[in-house]
Structures are given as C-alpha cells and as structure tokens.
Write a protein that binds this ligand. Structure first.
Ligand code: ZN
Length: 139
C-alpha cells in the first residue's frame, strides 16, 4: 500500500510539472480577395497584401491563380489583371485552395509554414509542429 501511495504522489507531481496549456488560440483569418470587373478583365487590388499576409511570394500566388483559373494576366501598379470575368466567390475559392495546399500545415492545420526547396522538391515546413510535406511546384 505504501508503494501505491508513493506512485500516486509521483503522478500528481508529474501533472503539476506539465506546462500549462494555453487556451488562447490565435485564429487564422483567411484573407479575402477584393476585385472588380474591368471590361472583360478582372482586376484584383490586394494580391500583394494577401501574399505578404501568407508570407508567400506574390509571383507564386499569381501563378497558382492563373493556372487554377486557366487564364492569363499581368501585374500592373499593384493591381493584378486576370483576363476573363471571375467573381469574388470563384477567386476566394481558389485562394482557399492555395492556402490549403501551400500555407496551412497538413498535420496541425496552422498557417505557420514556410516553403523550402531541397533537391528540386518544394516542401512545406511547419514551424509550429515540425511536420514537413512535399508540395507540387507551379510552373
Ligand atoms: Zn504543423
């Protein structure tokens, strides 16, 4: 019996020494694409800000979007012009796909990742949990 008590004390101490789990979870706010139609083109004015927020190169993001929308486009004075009419629902859907594929961690779903290249393969490396997964390269 004495041993049992001791063991229970040990357990209690072990729990006491565990770091307190923080209850404040910083929620990741998904940026919203803002744009408007200009003739037969779609002008998006905040891709630079979005890519900064996601910590990705704007070129990487625009290449993804062009491919996803199967169109062409160009960056002009901080505005990105997509050829064709794409409503905000469609654009934000594609941005969501980009974030899922290239920004949020596949394991812990946090956005604290960075893209790293190694031997021609791009990896998404998570700063929060350390998970690493390969991502496709956008050409
Ligand atoms: Zn993670």
């Amino acid at each position: 019996m004495a041993w049992k008590h001791k063991y229970e004390d040990l357990l209690t101490n072990a729990y006491k020494n565990l770091p307190k789990i923080s209850k404040t979870t910083t929620r990741f706010e998904i940026p919203v694409v803002s744009g408007r139609f200009e003739g037969n083109r779609t002008l998006v004015s905040n891709l630079n800000q979005i890519s900064k927020k996601l910590d990705r190169e704007v070129k990487h993001l625009t290449k993804f979007l062009l491919k996803a929308l199967a169109t062409t486009g160009e960056l002009k004075n901080n505005n990105f012009y997509f050829v064709g009419k794409f409503n905000s629902k469609r654009l934000n859907e594609k941005l969501g796909q980009y974030i899922k594929e290239f920004v949020t961690c596949t394991q812990c779903k946090k956005p604290d990742t960075s893209l790293k290249k190694s031997k021609g393969i791009t990896f998404k490396q998570c700063q929060a949990c350390g998970a690493r997964s390969s991502v496709r390269s956008i050409k």
